[in-house]
Ligand binder design. Structure first.
Ligand code: NAP
Length: 283
């Protein structure tokens, strides 16, 4: 079974659009997401465009602020401070990566926690690990939604996550743990990785290496979630971390790249923006 993140996200966005359509009457306005894009890296431009398109579908107001590569850290922090203070702004997202002269850590920490729709703010991260109310990071949240929609029972399963980044690997592992899976986190120093991954009933791969996971690393009937976004060195086309053609016949459930986790990430960004908006209305 191939889980289409594209289809699921289209359904979820359509449900959200119906909900958002009721907001002007209930609350006097729709949620407002501000995306800051520094520089003109084609990958970042395409992600930001995708976020603006999704906002349009859902009916959320989207403002993209574009700044040149040489903007100073101080100026960027001033923009964020203004947006934090603006009551008409519900979500703030700074597209990563940032140029080297700007500290991503400082920028992420400068965003008001209640407007941190990416869920990267240290207070949101801490709240996640303490099981308190927080904004869940979009990619991990999207992965759990996909697993549930595919009818995958997570509780009691052996899950292996390859990758331990703050953005994907660690929070995915935490969300799987919250769902009562028994979780192993593998990384670049893991010895005998295929031995570890063959134990997985649920395998989540977030490395960033084209077709790194080969068929011999996956056990028959495993659920395989491919987070990676890479260029295939042979064809130049977009591909995941998993050798999809070789593993699809073995897996019980698998996500494709493109059209898998990626669309769900943007979908969850929309959901997070609505959640931040609603929390503010309820205060
Ligand atoms: P990252 O910060 O570079 O982390 C990569 C992780 O992979 C690290 O923990 C690293 O281990 C591990 N790793 C690298 N080589 C390995 C190896 N040979 N064996 C085992 N583990 C290895 O990357 P990221 O931000 O988590 O992103 C991972 C991938 O997901 C990228 O392709 C990215 O583009 C993609 N992504 C997709 C979405 C989406 O929406 N679809 C969202 C975010 C990211 P160490 O910690 O030991 O270095």
């Amino acid at each position: 079974m191939i889980i289409s993140g594209k289809e699921l996200s289209a359904q979820l966005k359509s449900d959200m659009a119906q909900e958002v359509a009721t907001f002007p009457e209930k609350y006097g306005r729709v949620p407002h997401l501000v995306v800051i894009l520094v520089g003109d890296d084609p990958g970042s431009v395409s992600y930001v465009t995708g976020k603006a398109k999704a906002s349009e579908v859902v009916g959320i107001k989207n403002t993209t602020i574009r700044k040149p590569e040489n903007i100073s850290e101080e100026e960027l922090l001033e923009i964020i401070a203004r947006l934090n203070a603006d009551d008409t702004v519900d979500g703030i997202l700074v597209q990563l990566p940032l140029p080297r002269h700007i500290s991503e850590e400082k920028v992420i920490a400068a965003i008001d926690k209640s407007k941190d729709v990416d869920g990267f703010h240290p207070l949101n991260v801490a709240a996640l690990w303490q099981k308190q109310e927080c904004v869940l990071p979009c990619t991990p949240k999207g992965i759990i939604k996909m697993l549930k929609r595919a009818g995958v029972e997570i509780s009691g399963k052996r899950a292996v996550v390859i990758g331990r980044s703050n953005i994907v690997g660690l929070p995915v592992a935490k969300l799987l743990l919250n769902e009562n899976a028994t979780v192993t986190i593998a990384h670049s120093r893991t010895k005998n990785l295929p031995e570890v991954t063959r134990e997985a009933e649920i395998l989540v791969v977030a490395i960033g290496r084209p077709k790194f996971v080969t068929a011999d690393m996956v056990s028959e009937g495993a659920v395989v979630i491919d987070v990676g976004v890479n260029r295939d060195p042979e064809t130049g086309k977009l591909c995941g971390d998993v050798d999809f053609a070789a593993i699809e016949p073995k897996a019980s459930v698998i996500t494709p790249v493109p059209g898998g986790v990626g669309p769900m990430t943007i979908c969850c960004l929309m959901e997070n923006t609505i959640e931040c908006f609603l929390r503010k209305q309820q205060k």
